[in-house]
Design a protein around this ligand. Structure first.
Ligand SMILES: Cc1cc2nc3c(=O)[nH]c(=O)nc-3n(C[C@H](O)[C@H](O)[C@H](O)COP(=O)(O)OP(=O)(O)OC[C@H]3O[C@@H](n4cnc5c(N)ncnc54)[C@H](O)[C@@H]3O)c2cc1C
Length: 386
C-alpha cells in the first residue's frame, strides 16, 4: 500500500521520555512529530520528582541504562543546564544501624564493580556532608553521580528545543497498520499522521497505546505522593535517603511503602518523596501515606518538624511486572517502537532511552543490549494480541 508520509516518526506522549526520544531522533536526522492528548508534561512527568539516581539501582540492565543516562544528562546540562535546573548535587544514602550499614556497604561494593562511584562515609563524618542530618546514624555511602532536574521544565524545554513538531491536545485513537501488520502511522482526534515509525512513549498509558496497535504490554500504575514544604534557604545539600528505600523500590508489594527521599530545590521548597502503592488510578488523598512520609523525613532531618508542609501531590508511576521498561522495536507490529514503563526512574532514564530509540529507528547498533527491555517479553503465547 502506498501512503503519503507526513514525517519519519510519530512519538506518542510528551512526557520526559517522549521529549528525550524526540530530542535524539531529531539529532539522528529524522523528521519527528511529538503528539500528546494533553499538554507537555501533563502526565506522570509533571507529578513526580527529578532525582537522577544511580545509587538506588542494583547491578544489571537498569543500572547500565542509568549510567548511560547520567552521562547523557551531564552532556545535556552543558547546553541546557540552567533551563532544566540541573544540579549535580550527589546522593547520600544513610543507615541508622550497624546491620543496615553492612547491607548498604555490600550493595555499594556490587555497584562499584559495575562502574558506580560509591564512597563509604563513617557515621562521624556524615555531618560534614549534611550538617542538619539526625545525629547518631551508623554511616552512609556518598554517590557523586546522582543529580537532579526539574522534570516538567526539562521535558518542556527539550521538547521545544528538539526541533520536533509539537502537537499538544491531540489524542491518538488508533495505530494504523497495513494488511500485513506493518505500522504506518496513527489516527488522532484531528486526523491521521502517516509515518513508517511510531514510538509509544505514553508512560502509564503505554499498555493502552500498545493495545491500539493490537499488541499486549502490561503497564500498570504505582501511585506515589510527594510532600512539599514552604520555601527554605538551602538546608539539605544532597539527595538524602535511608538505606531501606532501595528495598521499597524493588518491592512487589501492593501495600503502602514510604521510605523518604529528601531533597532541596532551586526554588526553595524541600521535596519529600515518595510513597509507593498499587491502588490503580485512585487520586484521593491518603493521609496515612503523607503522614508516613513526614515522619520518615523528620527522622532523617529533625529540623523539618518545625517546617510547614504547603501541599502534597500524587502521580502514577508506569511499571511493568519485572520493573524494567520496554525499550525498542516490537516484532509483533513492525514499525512500532516502545519507550515506556520506567516506573519511578523515568526522568533519570529518559536520555538513555531516547538515545537507544534513535539508534533503533536509524538501524544503528544499540549502545546497550536491548534484550532485557524487549516489549514482547510478557507474551506467554509469543503472539500478537489482535
Ligand atoms: C511521586 C513520584 C515521584 C517520582 N520521582 C521520580 C524521580 O525522582 N526520578 C525519576 O527518574 N522518576 C521519578 N518518578 C517517575 C517518573 O515521573 C516517570 O517514570 C516518568 O515521568 C515517566 O515519563 P513518561 O514520559 O514515560 O510518561 P508521562 O510523563 O506520563 O508521559 C506520557 C504522556 O503520554 C500521553 N498519552 C497517553 N496516551 C496518549 C494517547 N492515546 N494519545 C496522546 N497522548 C497520550 C499522556 O498524556 C502523557 O503526557 C516519579 C513518579 C512519581 C509518581
Amino acid at each position: 500500500m502506498t501512503k503519503r508520509l507526513t514525517c519519519d516518526v510519530v512519538v506518542v506522549g510528551a512526557g520526559m521520555v517522549g521529549a528525550a526520544c524526540a530530542w535524539y531522533a531529531v539529532r539522528a536526522g529524522l523528521d519527528v512529530r511529538l503528539v500528546d492528548r494533553g499538554p507537555v508534561s501533563g502526565g506522570t512527568t509533571g507529578a513526580g520528582e527529578g532525582n537522577l539516581l544511580v545509587s538506588d539501582k542494583e547491578p544489571g540492565p537498569e543500572l547500565e541504562l542509568a549510567l548511560l543516562s547520567a552521562r547523557l544528562w551531564a552532556e545535556l546540562a552543558r547546553e541546557h543546564g540552567a533551563a532544566i535546573e540541573y544540579e549535580p548535587k550527589g546522593g547520600l544514602v544513610v543507615a541508622s544501624t550497624a546491620p543496615a550499614l553492612d547491607a548498604l556497604r555490600d550493595f555499594a561494593a556490587g555497584q562499584r564493580d559495575a562502574g558506580v562511584t560509591a564512597v563509604p562515609v563513617d557515621g562521624g563524618r556524615l555531618a560534614e556532608l549534611e550538617p542538619r542530618l539526625a545525629p547518631g546514624m551508623a554511616g552512609g555511602v556518598h554517590y557523586p553521580q546522582d543529580a537532579q532536574v526539574m522534570p516538567a521544565l526539562a521535558a518542556a524545554h527539550l521538547a521545544r528545543a528538539s526541533g520536533a513538531a509539537l502537537h499538544p491536545g491531540q489524542a491518538v485513537t488508533g495505530v494504523l497498520r497495513t494488511a500485513d501488520g506493518t505500522v504506518y502511522g496513527v489516527r488522532t482526534d484531528r486526523g491521521e499522521i502517516h509515518a513508517p515509525a511510531v514510538v509509544n512513549a505514553a508512560g502509564t498509558w503505554g499498555g493502552d497505546l500498545a493495545a491500539l496497535a493490537g499488541v499486549r504490554l502490561p503497564v500498570l500504575p504505582r501511585r506515589g505522593f510527594v510532600l512539599v514544604t514552604e520555601p527554605l534557604p538551602r538546608m539539605v545539600r544532597h539527595k538524602v535517603y535511608a538505606a531501606d528505600y532501595v528495598a521499597d523500590v524493588a518491592s512487589d508489594s501492593a501495600a503502602l511503602r514510604s521510605s523518604p527521599v529528601v531533597e532541596g530545590t532551586a526554588a526553595g521548597p524541600v521535596l519529600i518523596g515518595a510513597t509507593r502503592e498499587r491502588v490503580g488510578f485512585d487520586r484521593s488523598l491518603s493521609l496515612d501515606a503523607v503522614r508516613a512520609l513526614a515522619a520518615g523525613a523528620v527522622g532523617l532531618f529533625p529540623f523539618l518538624e518545625r517546617v510547614r508542609a504547603l501541599r502534597t501531590y500524587a502521580g502514577f508511576r508506569p511499571y511493568l511486572p519485572d520493573h524494567l521498561p520496554a525499550i525498542g522495536p516490537d516484532p509483533r507490529a513492525p514499525g512500532l517502537f516502545h519507550a515506556c514503563g520506567h516506573e519511578g526512574a523515568g526522568i533519570g532514564l529518559a536520555p538513555g532511552t531516547g538515545r537507544l530509540i534513535a539508534q533503533a529507528l536509524t538501524g544503528k547498533a544499540p549502545e546497550l543490549d536491548l534484550t532485557p527491555f524487549r516489549p514482547e517479553r510478557f507474551d506467554t503465547d509469543g503472539g500478537d494480541a489482535r
